[in-house]
Design a protein around this ligand. Structure first.
Ligand SMILES: C[S@@+](CC[C@H](N)C(=O)[O-])C[C@H]1O[C@@H](n2cnc3c(N)ncnc32)[C@H](O)[C@@H]1O
Length: 303
């Protein structure tokens, strides 16, 4: 296991380019965030999601962020103060706590939200129940969570000439990772797909699903800040053997997902070769992909 705080590898610059601001303004209007006087952001990390939502709330709204990592809580507080220096500090709290046992009172928020957090929980239903506990009746639950399978079915300028068997094997590799992740209590990275059903099971009303409208496109000359950040993120993960390149963890997950060591070694070598082929194609200016991914925004009201 890494000695870094949870999700350290995911807080690079690339995260700043996840959303189109006009799309979020549209979602804020659909969710009527301007009526909300208190919002809780669960698993707030360094506050990316809180800072995007806060300007859409009723002026003078309270915000409470909770994360299990002390370091992220401190950074979230600093980031928020730097972004909104005029907001009175007593309106804002970031505190350490567990999503399954939130240090916040019952029925005290108009909006309770999380972004890419339920996907990391071994018991996401318990996390949802705890979020509902602190939501007032009639309040809005908003969860932003992915279906990451799409990333592994990626169709790019390079895949068209690759053997079908390799592409199918790659999907099997990630499917075994997925099963292994769930089996070892590391969460479900495609949980977004299941949330509308979970919301229904919890008896919520007005369940609505949307998708982030911003893909992670790459095309020559890869010069925009978002494309540079995306390429840099990929290189940094590969060079540091973190994120999707943590070999020991991948092997463990593959085994727990029912894959053999032989299959793992074959596919890990394929992934390394694929990575280098992509890097060469970027250098040559022949790599491109519209970069679609599935990130759901699922909302509902507490009865
Ligand atoms: C991928 S990050 C998302 C951070 C933030 N929501 C964002 O979108 O930028 C996942 C966050 O969930 C936090 N986390 C994971 N398990 C948690 C738990 N059981 N309770 C509270 N926070 C948790 C991690 O520390 C991390 O900050």
């Amino acid at each position: 296991m890494s000695d870094q705080p949870h999700s350290a590898e995911f807080f690079g610059e690339q995260r700043d380019f996840w959303w189109n601001r006009d799309f979020l303004a549209l979602m804020a209007a659909r969710w009527r965030l301007h009526e909300a006087s208190a919002l809780a952001d669960i698993g707030c990390g360094v506050g990316h999601w809180s800072r995007l939502l806060y300007p859409h709330l009723r002026p003078g709204a309270m915000l409470a962020g909770v994360d299990r990592e002390r370091r992220w809580v401190a950074e979230a507080r600093e980031n928020f103060q730097r972004t909104f220096p005029a907001i009175p500090p007593e309106l804002i709290s970031f505190q350490q706590g567990d999503a399954l046992q939130l240090p916040l009172p019952d029925a005290s928020f108009d909006v309770v939200t999380c972004q890419t957090v339920l996907m990391h929980l071994a018991q996401p239903m318990d996390g949802l129940r705890e979020m509902l506990r602190i939501l007032r009746p009639g309040g809005l639950l908003i969860c932003v969570e992915p279906n990451n399978f799409w990333n592994y079915l990626a169709y790019t300028s390079l895949t068209e000439t690759e053997p079908v068997e390799i592409l199918v094997n790659r999907f099997e590799f990630w499917l075994r990772q997925h099963r292994g992740r769930i089996a070892t209590g590391r969460g479900n990275h495609s949980i977004g797909e299941l949330l509308p059903g979970y919301f229904a099971e919890l008896g919520l009303r007005d369940i609505v699903t949307h998708q982030n409208d911003r893909p992670a496109s790459l095309f020559p000359p890869y010069a925009s800040p978002d494309q540079k950040a995306l390429l840099e993120q990929g290189r940094q993960w590969q060079n540091s053997a973190t994120g999707p390149w943590n070999k020991a963890e991948l092997l463990e997950l593959c085994r727990r997902g029912g894959g053999t060591d032989e299959f793992f070694e074959k596919m890990f070598a394929d992934l390394v070769a694929k990575y280098h082929a992509e890097q060469r194609a970027v250098t040559d200016g022949t790599y491109h992909a519209a970069g679609g991914s599935i990130n759901y925004l699922i909302s509902a009201r507490k009865p």
